[in-house]
Write a protein that binds this ligand. Structure first.
Ligand code: UFG
Length: 328
């Protein structure tokens, strides 16, 4: 039986495809390559097309014996989602709806879902637990929460079980140096920081230094993308062995400020990386840190690449080798 990975040519998707291939799984990938990269797909069978195209998706299910789906395909920029809500609802929700319908039609009854800390919104407490309130402060977070709820109703109606993984800040790159993070435009902190030593940017803008944190800059929970990928395989195991649907946070449980991230990147790259404080970016919560105790307990997940230096060094390794990202 094959595992279908939607969005498998994207950043987290491609690392998960690599982990599935390492585990000897038969992998089928669907990606429209709007954000993803053909070169990021290290193996498996790639179909280029859009989830919202039901006829296209039907062909994928007809040609492959798919028993489970890992669903990444979605738009994921918080800022953009606020100015283009329709685009996010259409791609994220409509795409998921067509996917679930095809799963039902072809009897694929397990789905691992790529969710986000953005489903919580402004946290009531840190570390954030799965039982905390979900009040997204962005359209992006709202669509991901709606996708989770959609899956819940599909389970009730059609018995499709799901595991939703709410990630905090994915970071780093594959140890082979073959795949990494390549977004256009790039907005994420670590790749933006590394653009300075690459000579692509003069300095980093620190979005606000008046947050209620020790140095005034925002604190996030950074997690190696390959540790994230591993969690998807464990979630798949859980569903295949009959486990119930559930939701898990994935983070390191450690928070680092923007200033601390700059310091680490300076040490890793040996470059002074100048930075200047700018106004806050709309919608940024001050502190986001995960409690991943539930994933550790119930999925047997344990992050292996948990030193921040190591995470940043793996990103640096990829960016040095691919200063212009993937060459299409
Ligand atoms: N930041 C800067 N300067 C930059 C870029 C980022 O100071 O040039 C700061 C941000 O303000 C934030 C932190 O660095 O405080 C991390 O920002 P990222 O954009 O790297 O990541 P976010 O925490 O905003 O977003 C991540 C995921 C989203 C997800 C969100 C959950 O990328 O998909 O976590 O809240 F929705």
């Amino acid at each position: 039986m094959a595992v279908l990975v939607t969005g498998g040519a994207g950043y987290i998707g491609s690392h998960t495809v690599a982990a599935l291939l390492d585990a000897g799984e038969e992998v089928v990938i669907v990606d429209n390559l709007e954000k993803g990269h053909r070169q990021a797909v290290l193996g498996g069978k790639l179909y280029v097309g859009d989830l919202r195209d039901a006829a296209f998706l039907d062909g994928v299910f007809r040609e492959n014996a798919i028993d489970a789906v890992i669903h990444f395909a979605a738009y994921s920029l918080v800022g953009e989602s606020m100015t283009e809500p329709a685009k996010y609802y259409d791609n994220n929700l409509h795409g998921t709806l067509i996917l679930l319908e095809k799963m039902r039609e072809y009897g694929a009854d397990k789905i691992v879902f790529s969710s986000t800390a953005a489903t919580y919104g402004e946290p009531e407490q840190v570390p954030i637990k799965e039982t905390d309130k979900t009040e997204p402060t962005s359209v992006y977070g709202e669509t991901k929460l709606a996708m989770e709820r959609l899956m819940r109703w599909f389970e009730t109606a059609h018995g499709i079980r799901y595991v939703s993984l709410r990630y905090f800040n994915a970071a780093g790159a594959h140890e082979s140096g073959r795949i990494g993070e390549d977004h256009d435009p790039e907005t994420h902190l670590i790749p933006v920081i590394l653009q300075v030593p690459l000579g692509k940017r003069d300095q980093v803008a620190i979005f606000g230094d008046d947050y209620p944190t020790e140095d005034g800059t925002c604190i996030r929970d950074y997690l190696h993308v390959s540790d994230l990928a591993d969690a998807h395989l464990l979630a798949l195991d859980r569903l295949r062995s009959g486990g119930a649907s559930d939701i898990y946070n994935l983070g390191s449980g450690q928070g680092y400020s923007v200033q601390e991230m700059l310091e680490v990147a300076r040490r890793v790259t040996g470059h002074p990386i100048p930075a200047a404080v700018q106004p806050r970016r709309a919608g940024d919560p001050a502190v986001l840190i995960a409690s991943s105790e539930k994933a550790k307990r119930e999925l047997g997940w344990q992050p292996k690449r948990d030193r921040l230096e190591e995470i940043v060094a793996s990103a640096w390794n990829w960016h040095k080798q691919h200063p212009d990202g993937y060459e299409e």
